[in-house]
Design a binder for this molecule. Structure first.
Ligand code: HBI
Ligand code: FE
Length: 286
């Protein structure tokens, strides 16, 4: 599972102002490709019945397979004509402003490195498996494509007016950890859970976490955990809800958020539409 530490800085020789670097696909070792293969195979075996139809369809259309780490040029040859997005390589976490600037221009920054074989389930920074396997299939979907671009634009503005903490919660509880109620059942679409062997199952099937209908202002007031499974997931009825959400005028919400009220991740509030009231058995383990 990726762990994000906002505001991390990086420097490196040969890095452009926008932090992009060449993917250097030919620099991956046999060991790197073997880690990708392990992650790809166990995750594709797991995702039927967990991932939403849009994720599965995006994955089907992309040139991504178990045998090797995808070459970004080849991914972009499919992605760009479909939604106008492209994947660009970065060395790891980039500053918020750089990240938003890329998203606002339909460039998705992906770590070019892959985790080591000794850290298959835990890493500090988003690597190529999280970024490409987790995010790129959903970037094939026109609604997610528009939503993430708008998030980039909103992020630049939120930063200027001091509301980034609140806006980042929207990204966290949708793009990274979002669930979708499909006719067939609860499904995931968030990249943080789609790329996680343990949390993909936990988020959709475990009785432990809350599953609450998505509400924008509520989510903007809800803290999240970066170091463990989420205690609450927020559920959309349809991916189309994301576009409606992006069209909402944030100014009145930002004004209300000035009261400073925020909620711990586990708390159920009056007014929540609770789809599943979590037992929290997992988080109560010693
Ligand atoms: N950088 N490469 C990369 N990937 C991210 O997901 C990312 C980032 N920098 C900042 C960031 N995410 C978040 O802190 C923002 O969404 C607020
Ligand atoms: Fe991510």
């Amino acid at each position: 599972m990726p762990r994000y530490a906002a505001g991390g800085t990086l420097s490196g020789v040969g890095m452009a102002d926008d932090y992009t670097i060449p993917q250097h696909w030919d620099h991956y070792t046999a060991q790197d490709h073997a880690v990708w293969k392990t992650l790809f195979e166990r995750q594709t075996a797991l995702l039927p019945g967990l991932a939403c139809a849009e994720f599965v369809e995006g994955m089907r259309q992309l040139p991504m397979a178990a045998d090797r780490i995808p070459n970004f040029d080849e991914l972009n040859a499919t992605l760009k004509p479909t939604t106008g997005w492209q994947v660009v390589a970065v060395p790891g976490l980039v500053p918020d402003e750089v990240f938003f600037e890329h998203l606002a221009n339909r460039r998705f920054p992906s770590g070019n490195f892959i985790r080591g074989a000794h850290q298959l389930d835990y890493l500090e920074e988003p690597d190529v498996f999280h970024d490409v396997f987790g995010h790129v299939p959903m970037l094939m979907h026109p609604v997610m494509a528009d939503f993430i671009q708008l998030y980039g634009e909103a992020g630049l503005r939120a930063q200027r007016i001091g509301k980034l903490t609140e806006l980042a919660r929207v990204y966290w509880y949708t793009v990274e950890f979002g669930l979708l109620q499909e006719a067939q059942g609860m499904r995931l679409y968030g990249a943080g859970i789609a790329s996680s062997f343990t949390e993909s199952v936990f988020s959709v099937q475990s009785p432990s976490p809350n599953r609450i209908a998505f509400d924008l202002e509520r989510v903007m007031r809800t803290n999240y955990r970066i170091d463990d499974f989420q205690e609450s997931y927020f559920v959309l009825n349809s991916l189309d809800d994301l576009l409606e959400l992006a069209r909402i005028d944030f100014d009145p919400i930002y004004a209300r958020l000035n009261d400073g009220v925020s909620h711990p991740p586990r708390r159920i509030l009056e007014g929540d539409v609770v789809l599943h009231n979590g037992t929290h058995a997992y988080s109560q383990q010693p």
